[in-house]
Ligand binder design. Structure first.
Ligand SMILES: NC(=O)c1ccc[n+]([C@@H]2O[C@H](COP(=O)([O-])OP(=O)(O)OC[C@H]3O[C@@H](n4cnc5c(N)ncnc54)[C@H](O)[C@@H]3O)[C@@H](O)[C@H]2O)c1
Ligand SMILES: O=C(O)[C@H](O)COP(=O)(O)O
Length: 400
C-alpha cells in the first residue's frame, strides 16, 4: 500500500510509516496544482495545509484515506471526498497548546511592542522612551470566540496572566463556563462589547465564514486587540484592515487571506508596515512538540486503518442514515452467506446502507447487522431464514 505525504512531517513519522510496511512517497514540496493531476497509485494521502481539491480527488483512483495532520480541514474538499467514498480524518487537539502559546505571544507582543523593540535594537537604535508605553494585561478582559480545544487552552493561559475571560461558543453551557471559571455570553456581539482583547478560535466552514463581521469589529472598544490564529475566512478582513489602518484597533494575526502557498520566498501584504499589527507566518502549530504529537496521531490513524480497517477521527461519516430498519442476521461463518442475504434484499429493491459483520469465538458463527432503507416483507425474511445451513436467525429491529 502506498502513502503520499504532501507536507513536512518529522522523520520519525516517516520511519514509523515505513515500519508499517507502507511504500512511502515523501514529497513535502507538493502544492495544490501538483496534487490536482492526481495520485495514480497512492491509497493514503497525508497533508498539513496543502490544498486537496476536487480535481485531486477525481484523478486519484486508488485514494481511500486523506489525513489532515493538524486540526483545520478547510483545505480539503470533503464533499468531493465523501462523493467518492474516501475517508477524511484529522488530528484534533494535538496542536492546541502550541496555538494557545502563540496567541498569548501575539497579545504580549502587541502590548509590549516586542517585535519593534527587537528590530530597533538590532538596527542599533535605543528607544526606551517609546517602548515604555505599554498598558499591561492584568485585570483586563479577554473575549474568546469558540471554546474548542484551542479556545480552552487560551483560557487557562489568559487566566494565568490575571485576565478576566468572557466567552461565546455554540455549545458552551453555563455549567461548562462555571467549571472553567469564565463568564458565558449569549452572543459574539456581547463578547466583543465587553472585551479589551478579542481572540477567535473557530473552525472555518460555511456557517462561520465572516462571522467576525464589520459590526462585531466596530463594537470593540477603541484601542482593543483583535487576535486571529484560526482562519482568515472567519473575519471580514476588509473591515479589519480599515480598523487597523485607521489605528483604532490592534491586530495579532497568524492567518490572513494572502498567505503564500510556498514555504519560503518574497511576498507582499497590505498588512505590512503597520505598527499596530503583529503577524506571524502561520506557525501556530509549528512547535516541535506539536508537530511530533500531530504526526504520531496521523501515523496512528494509518495504523488503525491498515490493521483493523477502522479510521479514527473519521470526519465525513454520515451520522444519521435514514435507515428506519435494522436486520440482524446470526449466521454460520462460511463463504456466500452474506451475499445470499444481500441478494434477497436486492430482489426486493431494498438498499443496505451500513453493514457490520462480527465473528464469535471458535469462528463457527457470526452476526451481521444491516441497516435498511425499507422494511422487508415476511416473504423476504422467510427466504433469508429458509437457508438453515447458512442462517441461524434473522430479526428485524425498527430503529428509533
Ligand atoms: N494557526 C494555526 O497554526 C492553527 C493550528 C491549529 C488550528 N487552527 C485553526 O483553529 C481552529 C480551531 O481549532 P481547535 O483545535 O480549537 O478545533 P475544535 O474543533 O476543538 O474547535 C472548533 C471550534 O469551532 C466551533 N465551530 C465549528 N463549527 C461551528 C459553527 N458552524 N458555528 C459555530 N461554531 C462552530 C466549535 O464549536 C468549536 O468551538 C481549527 O479549525 C483551525 O482552523 C490554526
Ligand atoms: O489547522 C491546523 O492544524 C493549522 O492551521 C496548522 O497548519 P500547518 O499544519 O500548515 O502548520
Amino acid at each position: 500500500m502506498k502513502v503520499t505525504i504532501a507536507d513536512k512531517l518529522p522523520e520519525e513519522a516517516i520511519d514509523q510509516l515505513k515500519q508499517l510496511g507502507l511504500d512511502v512517497d515523501n514529497n513535502p514540496g507538493l502544492k495544490e496544482k501538483d496534487l490536482a493531476s492526481g495520485l495514480k497509485d497512492s491509497q493514503i494521502l497525508i497533508v498539513r495545509s496543502t490544498v486537496v481539491n476536487k480535481e485531486c480527488i477525481d484523478h486519484s483512483p486508488k485514494l481511500s484515506l486523506i489525513i489532515r495532520a493538524g486540526a483545520g480541514v478547510n483545505n480539503i474538499d470533503i464533499e468531493a471526498a465523501s462523493g467518492k467514498g474516501i475517508y477524511v480524518a484529522n488530528c484534533p487537539g494535538k496542536n492546541a497548546i502550541a496555538v494557545a502559546e502563540l496567541t498569548l505571544g501575539l497579545i504580549l507582543s502587541l502590548d509590549r511592542f516586542i517585535p519593534q523593540n527587537v528590530s530597533d535594537f538590532n538596527a542599533g537604535k535605543w528607544n526606551k522612551a517609546a517602548y515604555s508605553k505599554a498598558d499591561g494585561l492584568y485585570g483586563k478582559t479577554i473575549g474568546i470566540i469558540g471554546t474548542g480545544m484551542i479556545g480552552q487552552e487560551v483560557i487557562k493561559r489568559a487566566q494565568g496572566f490575571g485576565l478576566n475571560v468572557i466567552a461565546w461558543s455554540r455549545s458552551l453551557t453555563s455549567e461548562m463556563a462555571d467549571e472553567m471559571e469564565i463568564e458565558r455570553a449569549g452572543s459574539i456581539q456581547e463578547v466583543a462589547e465587553a472585551s479589551d482583547i478579542l481572540s477567535v478560535h473557530l473552525a472555518m466552514n460555511a456557517q462561520t465564514k465572516g462571522i467576525i463581521s464589520k459590526e462585531i469589529l466596530s463594537s470593540l472598544k477603541d484601542g482593543a486587540m483583535f487576535i486571529n490564529t484560526s482562519r482568515d475566512g472567519v473575519v471580514d478582513e476588509e473591515a479589519l484592515y480599515d480598523e487597523v489602518k485607521n489605528g483604532r484597533l490592534k491586530a495579532g494575526l497568524d492567518v490572513f487571506s494572502d498567505e503564500p502557498e510556498f514555504k519560503e520566498g518574497e511576498f507582499e501584504s497590505r498588512f505590512q508596515g503597520l505598527d499596530n499589527v503583529c503577524i506571524t507566518h502561520h506557525i501556530g502549530a509549528s512547535t516541535n512538540q506539536a508537530q511530533m504529537a500531530v504526526a504520531d496521531d496521523a501515523v496512528d490513524i494509518v495504523r488503525g486503518y491498515i490493521k483493523e480497517g477502522k479510521v479514527r477521527n473519521w470526519l465525513n461519516r454520515c451520522e444519521h442514515t435514514e435507515s428506519p430498519w435494522q436486520l440482524v442476521v446470526r449466521h454460520y461463518d462460511k463463504p456466500g452467506v452474506i451475499a445470499n442475504v444481500m441478494n434477497e434484499l436486492k430482489e426486493a429493491n431494498i438498499n443496505a446502507q451500513e453493514l457490520e459483520n462480527v465473528i464469535f469465538d471458535r469462528k463457527l458463527a457470526a452476526c451481521c447487522t444491516i441497516q435498511l432503507d425499507a422494511e422487508p416483507s415476511e416473504k423476504v425474511l422467510n427466504n433469508i431464514c429458509t437457508r438453515q445451513d447458512e442462517v441461524i436467525s434473522a430479526t428485524l429491529v425498527p430503529r428509533s
